[in-house]
Design a protein around this ligand. Structure first.
Ligand code: 3NM
Length: 490
């Protein structure tokens, strides 16, 4: 089971934090909101209750594809066969825990200093919980309050020692301070992988809403890493696209830091797929010959295990396009499917009538979130639904983005070039395609807002060159370590 440390929920069963709520229901709500990892921590209940609760929690977390760790009680973890444990400095010795659990289980260790962090990492811990960041009523016996600066020092020490171990921070973290803590604790070469929280979620009235909020903030904090990676790697973005947008899409690819190739001839795809890039299949001007080329190229990129973005332009507009979507979906696997509401509905299998290729949205935001989640699960890929509010899901995590400007809807090809942008991100950032799609979408929307604000931009015409400049400006600033543009991310 892949481990995503972004939003790490540590449970607490005491009345002071849990109140009179049911722990299992609270954790279920948190998982629905996007909590990515759960630790069952219970210092007060009887053995019997701990074992029964651990079993119930494991059943629940498995249904969400999220790992369950047990705090301190290695015996319970062994007994229920969950994914691992978390041990503090005063708990069981690391080697003993490893012997009991075996090499494949996750063992996390708490560290409050460089020495503790380096020791645990060298011993083979799978991740570190760094803290205590801020004093907290949840754990009164904390030894040292290290603040974001203390976390930063530990991250620097780990980087200098060449340890790439994942890290989270803990102690007094909540949705209001997460963005600042992540920014202030990042050292120049290593950032936290997520935040661990107890009361922020367990004591919340709506654990799902808090988890969603925390996840959005953690994902946003990782965007500069994705944008910077594209700038460093200059990945290939191979576009098989329509003749309306070829030139614009190539320029957008260049401005975000990718290397575009606009080749619709599939005989080239097998060679191009070996160059470490990503493919965009854009159905803008589909023809029978074109469709055959798309199928061949899709197979070539699937064989090379490289990402493919599907842009089902106008998918619901004609029976030819509906059939083309079916053919493509049955011919291979897509990494990201990007479209407006009716396009995504068509791909999802609904029969909707669409007029032309323009976008409109009639569903509410929760309905749109449900649609992207459902299609992402159905196709096991990332789905990006564009509109005034963009929604992106990998079936488990769903992120909402509110950046952009109305000028984007007044010039041709912006939807298609967003597909090109996310292909560049996916090509460079294979660790997490949801994050790649979010990074591309936020970069795109923020660049549009910055461009529209410029004095020399008076309408859609002057917007186009300003938009390219702003995309380029964001890429360059991020490469120079300046991510202040992200303050505009919504
Ligand atoms: N471990 P809250 S602080 C469980 O510093 C735990 O190791 C800590 O609770 C450490 O998110 C802590 O409610 C409690 O502040 C964190």
């Amino acid at each position: 089971m892949a481990v995503d440390y972004s939003v790490y929920l540590v449970t607490d069963s005491t009345p002071a934090i849990l109140g009179d709520k049911d722990l299992i229901s609270v954790v279920e709500s948190a998982l629905r909101g996007g909590t990515t990892l759960v630790q069952y921590r219970d210092k007060t209940s009887t053995n019997e209750v701990v074992l029964a609760t651990a079993k119930k929690l494991h059943h629940l977390t498995k249904s969400f594809g999220v790992p369950l760790l047990i705090n301190d009680r290695v015996d319970i973890a062994v007994q229920i066969g969950c994914e691992g444990v978390h041990i503090g400095q005063d708990d069981m010795e690391f080697e003993k825990a490893r012997n009991l659990l075996g090499p494949d289980k996750i063992i996390g260790v708490t560290a409050s200093s460089k020495e503790e962090a380096l020791k645990a990492s060298a011993a083979g811990a799978n991740y570190l919980g760094l803290g205590t960041v801020f004093s907290t009523a949840t754990k009164k016996d904390t030894k040292s309050i290290i603040g974001p600066s203390g976390v930063s020092e530990i991250l620097s020490a780990l980087h200098q020692a060449g340890h790439s171990i994942p890290t989270v921070c803990i102690g007094g973290i909540n949705a209001s301070n997460t963005t600042d803590v992540l920014a202030q604790s990042a050292s120049s070469h290593k950032s936290l992988d997520g935040v661990a929280v107890v009361s922020a979620i367990i004591a919340a009235d709506d654990p799902a809403a808090v988890s969603r909020d925390l996840l959005g903030k953690v994902i946003r904090a990782k965007i500069p890493d994705v944008v910077g990676t594209v700038g460093r790697k200059t990945p290939l973005s191979h576009n098989m696209t329509n003749l309306v947008v070829q030139n614009f899409a190539a320029n957008v690819a260049l401005c975000v830091g990718a290397s575009p190739i606009m080749s619709n001839y599939a005989e080239e795809a097998a060679d191009l797929a070996k160059l470490g890039g990503a493919l965009v299949l854009n159905m803008g001007t589909v023809t029978p010959e074109g469709l055959k080329n798309y199928v061949q190229a899709l197979k070539a990129y699937n064989d090379a295990n490289r990402p493919v973005v599907l842009d089902p332009v106008g998918a619901g507009a004609t029976s030819v396009r509906r059939q083309a979507v079916k053919t493509l979906l049955t011919s291979g696997k897509f990494t990201i499917i990007k479209g407006n509401q009716s396009e995504i509905q068509t791909v999802h299998g609904a029969t909707v009538t669409q007029r032309g290729v323009d976008s409109s949205s009639s569903l509410t935001i929760p309905q749109r979130a449900q649609l992207v989640r459902s299609l992402a699960r159905q196709r096991q890929c990332v789905v990006l639904l564009t509109g005034a509010t963009d929604l992106i899901s990998d079936g488990r995590r769903t992120i909402r983005i509110d950046n952009g400007h109305e000028y984007l809807g007044m010039i041709t090809g912006t939807g298609c070039t967003l597909g090109t942008t996310v292909s560049a991100m996916a090509a460079a950032y294979e660790e997490d395609y949801l994050l790649a799609a979010v990074a591309g979408t936020v970069m795109f929307g923020v660049a549009a807002e910055k461009a529209a604000r410029r004095e020399d931009v008076r309408g859609p015409g002057s917007f186009v060159p300003a938009f390219l400049d702003e995309l380029f400006g964001i890429k360059r600033a991020t490469g120079d370590g300046d991510s202040t543009w992200l303050e505009l991310a919504r």
